[in-house]
Design a protein around this ligand. Sequence first.
Ligand SMILES: Nc1nc2c(ncn2[C@@H]2O[C@H](COP(=O)(O)OP(=O)(O)OP(=O)(O)O)[C@@H](O)[C@H]2O)c(=O)[nH]1
Length: 387
Amino acid sequence: MKKNLPSLTRLRIHNRLIGLSVLMGAGILVFLLFFYHSFSGSLQREKNTQTQYLSEVGVKVLQHFQQLAASGEISDQDARRLAIGALRQATYGDNGYFWIVDSAGTMLMQPYTPEQVGRDFSAWTDSHGKHIVREFIATAKSGGGWVSYYWPKPHGQEPFAKVSYVLYFPPWDWVLGTGVYLDDTRANVHQTMFQASGILLALFAGFVVAMVLIGHYFLRQLEGIAIRDALTNLHTLRFLREVTPSILSKQQRDSHRLLAAIFIDIDHFKRVNDNYGHASGDQVLVRIAELMMSMTRAGDFCVRFGGEEFVFIGFFDDQAAILQVAERIRTEAAKLRFTHRKTEYQVTLSAGVAVYRPGQESFDELLQRADQKMYEAKQAGRNRVVI
Ligand SMILES: Nc1nc2c(ncn2[C@@H]2O[C@H](COP(=O)(O)OP(=O)(O)OP(=O)(O)O)[C@@H](O)[C@H]2O)c(=O)[nH]1
């Protein structure tokens, strides 16, 4: 009999592991959705803060040149020209740039559409009909802030949703703005999400592999506990219950062979414990178990049924073969020599044999009959096999 957990138990454990993995996968998906939602929100806020910060830097550049003019180092006209020149060069990010209008709505600087410079945009509306330049001026003059509108990207015609941070520079009566296109932010979110999902999926895969390996390890440990008796290393009664259906179906497949149970009980075992101690009793149990195991062939197996009761389950060609095995276990057991503090002692055992009657009885009834035969062996004087 293979040393495996019964298939039903294995199936249950596997189903639980699969269920756990599916649950974890769903958890990761929910986490990714939540992450996507909160990350796109916070990235948008972060980009908005950046545009504010850049506008403030832009105003500092204006201040710098304005102060040079105020100190007389350069003319006011040169200061304005140099400031515009510096900010025209200062592009950032994917499609970021500075622009400047005056408070009358005239475009003073736009790096990508220089033909617009000098034109009056005060009445200009974006593709959604919004008077954006008026809003720039009003927002900037009231302390600065963000304005949403539609504007083409550098080197393009099609307008895209954009958010600009606008600030007013009173000395020159200029409005300066910086901005981000919302779809650029979204593209950033998608790229980051793609990377994050890759990392998470790799971690998840690693976790599943680790879980399978750890699960496999504990399964092996459990198999050992559930299948084998700790003292004798024989199969447990629980294991016998689990494999009963497969024993019976094997019997149906090999119906020409006899399925037999040999019920074995050590005679006067209580005396061994009483006379030589429990550890000696354990030693006897271990040696008898080893003896039984040595008699097994492929398909047979031995079970520790109770304290000093064992069952040998096997398939045999005929009744003589069953009796031969039962007798060999009995006679070989009687030859075993045990010692306790230089005192030598031996044990005998009684065995009851029953052959399965297909269609007439259950497996439990087979065991009961074997037990009954063993009882008869005890009654008849012990150290014998009864069939
Ligand atoms: N050492 C040891 N003793 C055990 C173990 N399990 C059960 N026993 C002992 O086995 C003994 C069984 O005694 P009984 O049921 O009276 O049977 P017996 O003395 O073998 O007498 P018969 O079966 O009538 O021949 C008890 O003393 C139990 O304590 C075990 O794991 N180790």
